[in-house]
Design a protein around this ligand. Structure first.
Ligand code: PLP
Length: 282
């Protein structure tokens, strides 16, 4: 398999990172995960825009234009014969003698991308997943898709040890997001999800879902909601690039909507599928 390594496509096994790469030492970088269906990239422009935004917000200038990146990623998919899967792409500030402050001089950011085959989680999309609740202990710039994921990792590990798929995080009484997903509730036919501010990552799947709501007359609100609202919701689901519109059927051992998939969740799964077909074909 091949990888993009500093502007070239090379054998993945040849892509080696220096021990003083700032991504390796400080998590000083940002990343994206892009879905590939049918050999085509889904919501590519949105992912590239967010990649630029994340980089900008930590003072890393991307060494390539979005057009150039699009070309390279397209070539990588072809070389790796990727049909259904993901592209992982990250950029770090580069290699420099270890020092917290940004390096001065000509330090070049390090961009890496590789692909992974990953089928759609069709079974879970039908049956739903179990979750736990956990306090959100992360920093206050969760809008940046940073390589620093310790808070997210610890939350996911807690879920995993409880035999669950995801951890729903909350800051005190306010629900924020999953460890690697956005969270939604439905109450009396209205979809509610946290507004996109610095407490959560502005999911690309979230954008697709909210746009589908707007276009199909599904009432929706972007606002914070409480743990009580979460517990009393008619439907709960999560979304991400890899998991799409994923129903939640259990939270901390308590059943959600009688363990069934709610009608709005189902409708949004359909609309999400339509968007995939529109962009990537069947
Ligand atoms: N929130 C967090 C913390 C994430 O890591 C992710 C993605 O993995 C998401 C939300 C969902 O974002 P997207 O829909 O762009 O994959």
């Amino acid at each position: 398999k091949f990888a993009i390594f500093n502007g070239e496509i090379i054998e993945r096994s040849e892509a080696k990172v220096d021990v003083e790469d700032r991504g390796y030492q400080f998590g000083d970088g940002v990343y994206e995960v892009i879905r590939v269906y049918n050999g085509k990239m889904f919501t590519l422009k949105e992912h590239l825009d967010r990649f630029v935004r994340s980089s900008d917000s930590i003072g890393i200038t991307l060494p390539y234009t979005s057009e150039h990146l699009t070309e390279m990623l397209g070539e990588l998919i072809i070389k790796n014969k990727l049909h259904v899967g993901i592209i992982y792409m990250q950029i770090t500030r580069g290699i420099a003698p270890r020092n917290h402050a940004f390096p001065t001089g000509n330090v070049v950011p390090n961009l890496v991308a590789y692909t992974k085959e990953l089928t759609r989680p069709l079974e879970s999309l039908k049956t739903g997943v179990k979750t736990i609740l956990t306090e959100d202990i992360r920093w206050l710039r969760c809008d940046i898709k940073s390589l620093n994921l310790l808070g997210n990792i610890l939350a996911k590990q807690k879920a995993s040890e409880a035999g669950c798929f995801e951890a729903i995080q909350h800051r005190g009484n306010e629900v924020t997001e999953g460890s690697s997903s956005n969270i939604y509730i439905v109450k009396n036919g209205v979809l509610i999800t946290h507004e996109s501010n610095h407490f959560i990552l502005k999911g690309i799947s979230k954008d697709v879902i909210l746009q589908a709501c707007s276009q199909n007359g599904i009432p929706h609100e972007e606002r914070t909601f409480s743990l009580e609202e979460l517990e009393q919701a008619d439907e709960v689901f999560l979304s991400s690039t890899t998991t799409e519109v994923m129903p939640i059927v259990e939270m901390d051992g308590n059943q959600v909507s009688g363990g069934a998939i709610g009608p709005i969740t189902k409708k949004l799964q359909e609309l999400f599928n339509q968007e995939i077909e529109k962009q990537c074909g069947k």
